[in-house]
Write a protein that binds this ligand. Structure first.
Ligand code: KIV
Ligand code: ZN
Length: 526
């Protein structure tokens, strides 16, 4: 801190803005689409986590994206809501319209600045790109005060041209300048140097916040983002579980915890409530059907597990021997034996609170009943069981089709056969079907009770906890005419979980069909 600087100014200088793009760049990963209800719930979680900026979509891309930005703008009060636009007046108008209800709204404009992208993708001369920046940033600034401008493929751009482009954006009114490593090509010292050079040499650099946006094609997204901060960036764009185009974006949880754990080397504050990280990670994994790898930093199932005798011995003597952060810091309660069938409603509600859930009376009653049913079937009920149970109940509560009964004949002698009863808008319907294996038979029976054209794109099963009585968590992804929907369910019976997950995906697909725009989403080429 210099002599004339106040402590408030010093705090501001060392503050790193967290910009979450799970719902925009994250949703651009093939198969990771989220429904409006899921996005609204995620926005609430992100706001509770104290994320500064929530990029909620790309409003011109589809009615679904417009609606997501618009509805999220209505409910979010503390975080800023951002919408992405290409450098086109039409995109900006649509984005400004979507952001209208936002207390804090940001228009985010992107245009490429590398020779490769300008020549082959945009087919524009560099001077035309500069004109487009001046025109569109200026236009947006008349609609909103908070304007972010992104130089797509900044890390492969000619630095002199990039400098001119940034100066043009600042002059036209941009308040945040983002320098994306769009193709995950840069490496840490190079990216730090890019920020240092631009911040030192660009006219007006002191008036804006510089931002990182890193893709993980070489596995360097987090390292590059942190290097960008060391180079002077004070906003980091990232996504929960590192979701994003191709190999993904920098993982929010890794950036935030690296800044927190290594404050000695990275003295920058994010203000995030890190205890919400596990909840956010689980929710994103559940709604996208993208599992979190076991050894994933911070949020992986094994991130805090100590198996070897030497490590366990060290941990017992002093946790710090092998633990650089505590599971509680990221909201991971040590997987404890919670309750059995004799546990009461009050204890159940307290447990839910501890796990980050506040349910209304009806939802609580339903969840409690499901918990009792589970406790009847399963000797030990763990925290992870309760999380799966509540998440799945919330995900399927509004489903028009519900699984009522399922009986399956399986074994070495085929054909395997499934007998299924569902309710559709309350009316019962039954069918039986054979298949090439019990899962195929179950899915064929669903086809028989609810005929549909959707194709199965993903079927995934994993155990929620250990033991042969563990619940199976099943994710199913369906696709029809380019629309993708994911469903999930957990049950101690793998086939029941499979049927429920498939039916949940089918319900989500029907809901999406009813709401979606003719023509669907635009391709993501900006
Ligand atoms: O990777 C990228 O360049 C982007 C921009 C839209 C910021 O996602
Ligand atoms: Zn990106």
């Amino acid at each position: 801190m210099s002599v004339s600087e106040t402590s408030a100014q010093a705090a501001e200088r060392d503050r790193v803005v967290i910009f979450d793009t799970t719902m925009r760049d994250g949703e651009q990963s093939p198969g990771a689409s989220m429904s409006l209800e899921e996005k609204l719930e995620l926005a609430k979680i992100l706001e509770e986590m104290k994320v500064d900026v929530i990029e909620a979509g790309f409003p011109i891309a589809s009615n679904g994206d417009f609606e997501a930005v618009h509805e999220i703008s209505k409910i979010v009060r503390d975080s800023t809501v951002a919408g992405l636009c290409r450098a086109h007046q039409m995109d900006i108008e649509r984005c400004a319209e979507a952001l209208k209800p936002a207390k804090r709204g940001r228009i985010h404009i992107v245009i490429a600045t590398s020779a490769l992208h300008m020549q082959h993708k945009l087919q524009m001369e560099p001077t035309e790109v500069l004109d487009a920046i001046a025109r569109t940033v200026g236009y947006a600034r008349n609609l909103r005060d908070d304007i972010e401008w992104s130089a797509e493929d900044a890390t492969r751009s000619d630095r002199d041209f990039l400098r001119r482009a940034i100066e043009t954006a600042i002059k036209a009114g941009a308040t945040t300048i983002n320098l994306p490593d769009t193709v995950g090509y840069t490496y840490p010292s190079e990216y730090a140097d890019l920020f240092r050079e631009m911040i030192e040499t660009v006219d007006g650099a002191d008036k804006v916040v510089f931002s990182t946006h890193c893709h993980n094609d070489l596995g360097l997204a987090v390292a590059n983002s942190l290097a960008g901060v060391q180079g002077g960036a004070r906003q980091v764009e990232c996504a929960i579980n590192g979701l994003g185009e191709r190999a993904g974006n920098a993982a929010l949880e890794e950036i935030v915890m690296a800044l927190r754990v290594r404050g000695d080397r990275l003295p920058y504050d994010t203000g995030l409530d890190t205890t919400q990280i596990t909840r956010a990670s689980r929710y994103v994994s559940a709604i996208t059907g993208f599992p979190v790898q076991f050894n994933k930093a911070i949020v992986g199932k094994n991130a805090f597990a100590h198996e070897s005798g030497i490590h366990q011995d060290g941990m017992l003597k002093n946790r710090e021997t092998y633990e650089i952060m505590r599971p509680e810091d990221v909201g991971q309660a040590p997987s404890s034996l919670v309750m059995g069938k004799h546990s009461g409603r009050h204890a159940f509600r307290e447990k839910l609170k501890e796990l980050g859930y506040e349910l209304g009376q009806n939802a609580l009653n339903e969840a409690f009943q499901r918990f009792k049913d589970l406790a009847d079937k399963k000797k030990h009920v763990f925290d992870d069981d309760i999380v799966a149970l509540v998440d799945n109940a919330l995900a399927s509560s509004a489903d028009r089709i519900q699984v009522k009964h399922l009986r399956v004949i399986a074994g070495t002698e085929g054909p395997q056969e499934a007998f299924l009863t569902v309710t559709i808008d309350g009316a019962e319907k039954s069918a039986n079907a054979t298949g090439d294996g019990p899962v195929d038979a179950v899915f064929n029976a669903i086809h028989a009770v609810a005929p549909h054209e959707a194709m199965l794109r993903l079927f995934q099963v994993h155990a929620v906890t250990e033991g042969t009585d563990a619940q199976a968590q099943v994710s199913v992804r369906l696709e029809e005419e380019g629309r993708i929907a994911t469903g999930q369910a957990a049950d101690t019976d793998t086939l029941t979980a499979s049927a429920k997950a498939y039916v949940n995906a089918l319900n989500n697909l029907m809901a999406r069909k009813e709401k979606s725009a003719p023509g669907g989403k635009l391709a993501s080429g900006f």
